[in-house]
Design a protein. Structure first.
Length: 223
């Protein structure tokens, strides 16, 4: 089974967790795009979605699914999103698609985070995938030095030769060389650094369930 087929499989499996008649939180990325396609099949049975990125919002609206501003609604029953890495405790690294800040906002607004991923994303310890950190540009080099002090190498993410600009108008640092053994403590520390908008460790907003696409089908992991 190809990776694309695994993503389709978990995207459809996530429909089981969508509360009918309510608004669903929707993340960003290639696996989530498969979920959005599946969600279109039941769009008449939900009120709509709160989206974590401009790209997902455009995709949802193109399929006729209403999108609400996060400030227009209260608590969401569920948030469906992917991960770049997920460990055995449901802690994740996210932000490969540069939407980590809005993803964390919608996750915090939701009672349950359902992670959808293929089995390549499951890891014993976070840190193999470059850690995304959204930063205010004027703080970039100081934050680079702070990661150096932790043993990490941080580089500004580029797009077409220039710093990528997020939906929030900020930049992304990608940090390599880290082994994150205590994700909760790490997330708390880095988020306190002046100039950091969001670090891509999702420990305070960890997954409640992971739907993992494997060659043998969808594996459901509860945390």
């Amino acid at each position: 089974m190809t990776q694309d087929e695994l993503k389709t499989l978990v995207g459809r499996a996530a429909l089981h967790y969508v509360a009918l008649g309510e608004i669903v939180g929707v993340g960003t990325g290639s696996t989530v795009n498969k979920f959005i396609e599946a969600l279109a099949d039941i769009k008449g049975q939900i009120k709509g979605a709160v989206s974590s990125s401009t790209a997902s919002t455009e995709r949802l609206r193109a399929l006729g699914i209403p999108v609400f501003d996060a400030n227009e609604v209260g608590e969401l029953a569920v948030y469906i999103d992917g991960a770049d890495e997920i460990d055995g405790r449901g802690y994740m690294i996210k932000g490969g698609g540069a939407a980590l800040t809005r993803e964390k906002i919608v996750a915090a607004q939701s009672r349950r985070f359902i992670c959808i991923a293929d089995e390549s994303k499951k890891v014993a310890r976070l840190g193999g995938f470059p850690l995304p950190v959204e930063v205010i540009p004027m703080a970039t080099q100081r934050i680079v030095r702070q990661f150096q002090a932790l043993g990490g190498t941080a580089k500004v993410r580029l797009k077409d030769g220039r710093p990528l600009v997020t939906d929030n108008g900020q930049h992304i640092l990608d940090v390599t060389g880290l082994q994150i053994g205590e994700p909760l403590a790490f997330e708390t520390e880095v988020n306190q650094w002046p100039g950091v908008v969001t670090v891509g460790v999702f420990a305070h907003q960890k997954a409640a369930v992971c739907l993992l696409g494997t060659a043998g089908g969808v594996q459901t992991i509860n945390y």
